[in-house]
Design a protein around this ligand. Sequence first.
Ligand code: GLC
Length: 456
Amino acid sequence: MKKIILLIAIYLVSNAINAQQKKIWDETKEEKTERLAWWTNDRFGMFIHWGSYSLAGRHEWVKKYEGIDDVDYKKYFDNFNPDLYNPREWAKLAKAAGMKYAVITTKHHEGFTLFDSDFTEYNVTNTPYGRDALKEWVNAFREEGLKIGFYYSLIDWHHPEYTIDRVHPLKPKNKEDYKALNKERDMSVYREYLMNQVTEILTNYGKVDMLWLDYSFPNGDDGKGREDWGSIELIKKVRKLQPEIIVNDRLDLKEYWGGWDFTTPEQFKVKEWPTYDGEKIPWETCQTFSGSWGYYRDELKWKDNKQLLVLLIESVSKGGNLLLNVGPTGRGTIDYRAENALSEIGDWMRFNNRAIYGCTQAPEAFEVPDNSLLTYNPETNRLYIHLLDYPLQNFTLKGMKGKIKYTQFLHDASEIKISNPVGHWIKEEVGEGDVNLVLPVTKPPVEVPVIEVFLK
Ligand code: GLC
């Protein structure tokens, strides 16, 4: 018996030590929720992928996909001169679409920085453009009232000390060749560079609301993870420089408290609210309009307005955010197709944003009616029913009898009556405990109409 107690005690103590070791940031769960509150409220942000690859106009991975060497690739740097760049226009577009924050690529995998850096010549001030494009961006977005975030690529295809790995453009055909290729490369020099540049962007631009580090691929000898980046030191520095910043989860520090703030499902829809260790966690899906993040002139797989709205609504209905990407052109303008898409989203958001901001997954007690999605605002106690496929007049809410004060369309605040089902001959009875809404036959001129339910 004594032995068992001793074993249990050892187990508990070692667990406690372990938990301690895995804690990077001294913050309670409640404090974290509080720190993330603006972001979980705002729900919708703009991702911006802009770099020297924008001149190629065929994906931000063009260097890798086409195996372009540094010498050849330099033409995009030498010609980087976005004469029409006006970040205030970008900010206005984002705002009109209902976006509340934006995250821009300060450096993507190609290694080119949109900011002035003391640690590389390969920065925007040495292009024909000649100015710190990031500074202008920060000022414009701040002035328009948007929160600002920096994407920074951990991966670097330009830095001479960055060791060749499986995603690098110089990846060898045979695994045995890595050694020879990396003989002259010293990753610790790059690690320091990474720390220096992250320090620069978190020091020279005032308050930064979000940091998006991208990305780790730790499995195998040709991958990279926390040891390669010096992730623990890096995140500690980040938290020190910007204690309120919200950081994504790509540093390979998943099991560390404080190593990340939210998870980032990319280019797919989650089935349900993501969890870690059995608990629901903050999440944000990042999505493109058309597949590529950087400007891609000839790409044809564009999502339509309804798909984009459903992406947003569905994310909120599962407790998450949407970060929707634009890839500005080499001249510094937003692709006309993206501009159109944003303006259509804005048409919907103007009248329906109450079903997005401050909303989250509806309590499980509410059954999701057919062909719809639910969002819920816990503050106002209102339920939003997003009608993905507009019904014919009768719309039954199961188990809602006695729970509703009032119902209306959100876009025009016109009452929706609770009444017996309309129709003749044989018709479905509304069940005991259910409520029937009578909708107008004509679908309102709204891509996805929303019913606002004031709950008791
Ligand atoms: C991926 C890609 C990258 C893109 C990012 C956005 O990790 O490497 O091109 O910036 O996803 O989430």
